[in-house]
Design a binder for this molecule. Sequence first.
Ligand code: FAD
Length: 317
Amino acid sequence: MKVTEQIAASNKTIISLEILPPTKGKSIESIFNHVDPLMEFKPSFVNVTYHRAEQVYKKRPDGTFERVEIRKRPGTVGICAALMTKYNVEAVPHLICGGFSKEETENALIDLHFLGIKNVLALRGDAAANEKVFVPHPQGHKYAEDLVRQITTLNAGHYMEEDIMDGVKTDFCIGVAGYPEKHFEAPNLDTDIMHLKNKIDIGANYVTTQMFFDNEHYFNYLDRCRAHNVHVPIVPGLKPLTNRNQLTSIPRFFNVEIPIELCNEMAKAKTPAACDQVGKEWLLHQCRDLLKRGVPMLHFYTLSKPDVIYGVLKELF
Ligand code: FAD
């Protein structure tokens, strides 16, 4: 089922999970172990992130270095297929512009369509590890809106090869990213929302937000998006803050504010278990408020903390 159909069909808030592929060399069991306990809460969707290749320097036997490209976390599409088979759940692969030509993207979309995948999250991706700013692939896309356009074009049955006269129409429901506290590159929130609106006008069907720790950021964003005539579902993305390093790393990498009360509680926590407890209580408080105010879906970034998410879901449902 498509994300938008599931939201429309449900009279209560549904949930979705987001997971990362394991690092290369690990088995699919590590994903199942991560997801297994959370399936108790019957998530409607499981998103699987995409991680682009990085350029690293490898030492040769003669002591010199060579620059090689490696993908530390391959497997997004395979994990989607494995989740769908094992749990009969809808998987939502993330697709990024970075590192992909348009043709490679088209081929990836064909694979996803053949697998029976109905939803994709279309993203630009961040700059490669060796680059200061995002540099598009020479035959690729510069912004997520270009990727959305390519998907809607394929949904209309138009392929890159012009001699394909009667191409099968794909039917992807397209999600895009939104930033309640603005994307770090955007000059201001309104400009960022204007770019979000472009993605919707081109064909995106729903928005999943960056994490936030103060629900007022989300509700303010919702109001501002509606004022800009963005009327698709805007799904809150939620992550527990579970260690003190994140007090500086999250604002730096994600342009997300941490409320003073949460900083103070984290400062009092002296053990990893106490930090997890603070993160759990804060997230629980956020979720209760979001549920009370009728959000369509709660999207959890489970990352390395499925146990904390489990504790939150157990108290909520
Ligand atoms: P865009 O929508 O292209 O926006 C990027 C910036 O460009 C913004 O500042 C925007 O305002 C601006 N902009 C957009 N269009 C235009 C235009 N036409 N002209 C000028 N400026 C414009 N990254 C991964 O690598 N893999 C993942 O799996 C992944 N999953 C994510 C899931 C979610 C829910 C979120 C919120 C983010 C995720 N990211 C992921 C991170 C994301 O790739 C980065 O935040 C990236 O920097 C921006 O992606 P975007 O799709 O929002 O880009």
